[in-house]
Design a binder for this molecule. Structure first.
Ligand code: SD4
Length: 333
């Protein structure tokens, strides 16, 4: 609590150089409504925010934990496990589209309110990489395990080895080989993709999780932004969190989610921060008209934002006032 208060009493410098007075504003409450201070609401108003339509069931699972007084960390892990385990979602976990050799390789990371983080990349045959990432965070001195080492660790932790390639995903891969084998990997622009989830709990703490099977038909061994702390996910409990979806290479070049959080630290709203980060991605990626990148952000006060390059990205927001809603993100194009 003392850390939180010390931040709230800080006059931050905005990107214009103007001081932005954040004093007296309680986490989970709208800072505009809390100008001048007042007692912290107790408990804080929880919020869950997730990428794409599969964010709706993810938020649902996380909400049960948040409204029961649970940790944001538990909420985001439980939330993203839903699409990870759903064989009909072909961009995450079980049923995810494979790489060009027909292997399903998974990337995931998680970050808690104290800045601890865990990550796995190029992990095969484990249905819930997010839970392995959490074990990396909690049970090892490391942040990131990859490939065979990550699999060994998961098995030692009691995770089961499973075939993640469903007949449907295998058939789609066979069709891709027959028709488009030489084209670049596919990022879905229209409907669903990586699940990234952010949550604010009743204690005023933030956490985030991000998990994916990555770009369909990618090179074997390719790792995207999703397990890279700062690229696919970043959380700073004093400021806010962000997570990304889309063409991971473009997000990595801009260190996208760290950028969103730093823009919020400088006084930008979550919406402004997502829009500016998309501009940065565009600056750093000359092929930006051919790719999709989207960000979602949640700040310490429960304010949300989202923005993307191409139309078609949506996200799910769960608040006590408005329930669980799917919203079309604004886009640059
Ligand atoms: C990636 N950003 O691997 C992730 C996943 C994604 O289609 O959004 N994939 O680049």
């Amino acid at each position: 609590m003392s850390d939180r208060r010390s931040f709230l009493k800080t006059a931050a410098l905005g990107t214009t150089g103007a001081p932005i007075l954040l004093s007296g504003c309680a986490p989970g409450a709208d800072p505009d409504l809390q100008e001048g201070g007042g007692p912290d609401p107790d408990p804080v108003r929880p919020v869950a925010l997730s990428t794409w339509a599969h964010g709706i069931p993810a938020n649902e699972a996380g909400w049960a934990i948040l409204t029961g007084g649970g940790r944001a960390l538990d909420a985001v892990e439980a939330g993203v496990r839903i699409p990870e385990g759903d064989p009909e979602i072909t961009s995450v976990g079980y049923g995810g589209f494979p790489d060009r050799f027909g292997r399903v390789t998974l990337d995931a990371c998680i970050m808690d309110e104290s800045g601890r983080c865990g990550s796995v990349a190029f992990l095969q045959e484990i249905k819930h990489p997010i839970s392995v990432a959490r074990r990396v965070m909690e049970e090892t001195p490391h942040v990131m395990l990859v490939g065979a080492g990550a699999l060994d660790f998961a098995l030692a932790q009691g995770f089961q080895r499973e075939n993640l390639l469903t007949p449907e995903s295998e058939a789609a891969w066979e069709r891709w080989k027959a028709t488009n084998g030489e084209t670049r990997p596919i990022i879905n622009m229209e409907n669903h993709d990586t699940i990234g989830m952010l949550a604010l709990d009743q204690a005023g703490n933030l956490s985030g999780a991000c998990t994916t099977s990555g770009a369909a038909y990618k090179y074997h061994g390719r790792v995207g932004d999703s397990p890279i702390i700062g690229a696919g996910l970043y959380v700073d409990n004093e400021v806010g969190g962000a997570t990304a979806t889309g063409w991971g290479e473009a997000v990595i070049r801009a260190v996208g989610c760290f950028l969103v959080v730093e823009l919020m630290r400088g006084g930008r709203s979550p919406q402004e921060a997502c829009e500016l980060a998309v501009e940065r991605v565009i600056e750093k990626n000359p092929d930006w008209r051919e790719i999709q990148v989207g960000f979602i952000a949640l700040d310490k006060w429960g304010r949300t934002g989202a923005f993307c390059i191409q139309p078609g990205f949506n996200y799910a927001v769960y608040t006590p006032e408005e329930g669980n809603r799917l919203i079309d993100a604004g886009s640059r194009v």
